[in-house]
Unconditional design. Structure first.
Length: 466
């Protein structure tokens, strides 16, 4: 028992001990995310609707069994005479009916439900893709936060080292104390920046864990992806990405299936104006404990008159009849009856219900067409914006990279002058803050570019991975 408890408490540690890569994060979220689970329930419901629609083409069969007791003076159901006794009666029946012709209503309804099922499956896939994009964004936020924390810690350590060197110079009388105090103040601010970066990292991890429905753990960590190679980044055209997306994105295919389903439901509505031919049949039998059978028990010789003009009697044979109860098996067979019939229903006047159903179905077809057009338009706009953002992110990255190189060169020269006492602390810290800003800008543009790249690859149907 102790071993089992130990394994139970160690299991979460084992789960979080291994860093999570993007693919594993996406799989975890798609398995446990609440939006995914709700979509699964909707999909199961649509599967059930499709199965019910298929079964509508089969006949319905019902059976019944009954038993009743009559006490005292009652009417026997077989002889229709009054009996002053206890009578037990049983009845059994089976009946069925089925549609032979309904103008294609059942067939078209089956096809419509099947198309709706395919649309639901594509909608489920679209929700999975949306969750994958959310996880990718959260994953990159964690990467960005880790990188920001590393830079903040490195910057704080370097400032602290500079402050220690300045203190030695002040103690030796080689520099003024205000320079040392300015460095200490800068170091305090950078320590605060480290705390802020740690909080941002914790919040980023928490967001990713929530998407995956995992409890928060200090041991949770991700696999750090390889660095971006700007020279190796692909180029994208709006038309090509749109073409790929129209062939791969599930929401596009979903609207196509929904339009087909709406057209089939229009055929269903039109079929309601046509005659419906159905067949029905039944079989039944009854049993009564009062039922009797008549049995010949021989003959008796009885006088029926005299020979004319004499006293010689005329004799005749008279059967001796006795009654006995009929068995359940015999009554079941003897009382068995059946029926078979057909029914033709012709809608002559429906108070406008048929026409209203047809008009409503036509409106739904037009609405499905508009939804399909709106989905394609939204997709085109999203891709056009994503391509534009990607191109802008490339330019921002190149500009921020050049700016950082310039700031590094300027700060390197300023640091030498500051160490030689040729640059005051205020100017030195201004140049350092400029370098910090350039590093931060490059970091942001790098991960912004990374995210834009993954979004465009996603539209092309490529898996989200690093």
């Amino acid at each position: 028992m102790k071993i089992l408890l130990s394994l139970f408490f160690l299991f979460p540690l084992c789960v979080f001990a291994q860093p999570w890569d993007l693919v594993r994060c996406i799989e975890q979220a798609q398995k446990n995310n609440l939006s995914i689970k709700q979509a699964e329930l909707s999909l199961e419901q649509q599967k059930m609707s499709a199965q019910v629609a298929k079964k509508q083409q089969f006949p319905t069969v019902n059976g019944s069994l009954g038993q009743n007791f009559n006490f005292g003076r009652s009417i026997d159901p077989f002889t229709n005479t009054f009996e002053n006794t206890t009578i037990r009666a049983n009845n059994a029946s089976v009946s069925g009916s089925g549609i032979l012709y309904a103008g294609g209503r059942i067939r078209n309804n089956i096809q419509a439900e099947q198309l709706n099922l395919q649309a639901s499956e594509l909608d489920f896939k679209a929700i999975q893709n949306n969750i994958a994009l959310q996880v990718t964004n959260a994953y990159l936020s964690v990467v960005f936060a880790k990188e920001s924390l590393r830079i903040a810690q490195d910057r704080s350590q370097r400032t602290n080292d500079q402050a220690e060197r300045m203190k030695k110079m002040v103690d030796a009388g080689a520099n003024s104390k205000d320079n040392y105090l300015n460095l200490k103040a800068q170091w305090a601010q950078e320590k605060r920046n480290v705390v802020s970066a740690e909080n941002n990292l914790t919040l980023s991890k928490l967001t990713l864990e929530q998407l995956m429905q995992l409890p928060h753990s200090e041991n949770f960590d991700i696999v750090y992806p390889a660095a971006i190679q700007p020279s190796a980044l692909p180029s994208f055209s709006i038309d090509q990405v749109v073409k790929d997306a129209l062939e791969t994105q599930p929401e596009v295919k979903r609207e196509i299936e929904r339009l087909k389903a709406a057209e089939k439901l229009l055929d269903v509505a039109k079929a309601s104006a046509l005659p419906t031919l159905s067949a029905f049949g039944s079989m039944s039998t009854v049993y009564s404990s009062a039922a009797k059978s008549f049995v010949n028990n021989g003959f008796d010789t009885v006088p029926i008159g005299y020979v004319f003009g004499s006293q010689i009697p005329v004799m005749s044979l008279s059967p001796r009849i006795k009654t006995e109860g009929k068995s359940f098996t015999n009554q079941f067979t003897d009382n068995l009856g059946s029926s078979l019939g057909f029914n033709l229903s012709i809608p002559l006047f429906t108070a406008g219900n048929v026409q209203r159903s047809i008009t409503s179905a036509k409106i739904n077809v037009e609405r499905a067409k508009l939804n399909q057009l709106q989905t394609n338009n939204n997709l085109y706009q999203s891709i056009a914006q994503s391509v534009t953002n990607y191109q802008a992110a490339q330019k921002d990255y190149d500009a921020d990279l050049a700016a950082l190189d310039a700031q590094k060169e300027s700060f390197s020269y300023a640091e030498k002058r500051f160490q030689e006492g040729l640059l005051n602390t205020v100017d030195y810290l201004n140049l350092k803050n400029n370098l910090i800003a350039a590093e931060s800008n490059l970091l942001q543009s790098k991960y912004r570019l990374w995210l834009r790249l993954k979004i465009l690859e996603f539209y092309q149907g490529k898996p989200l991975q690093f």
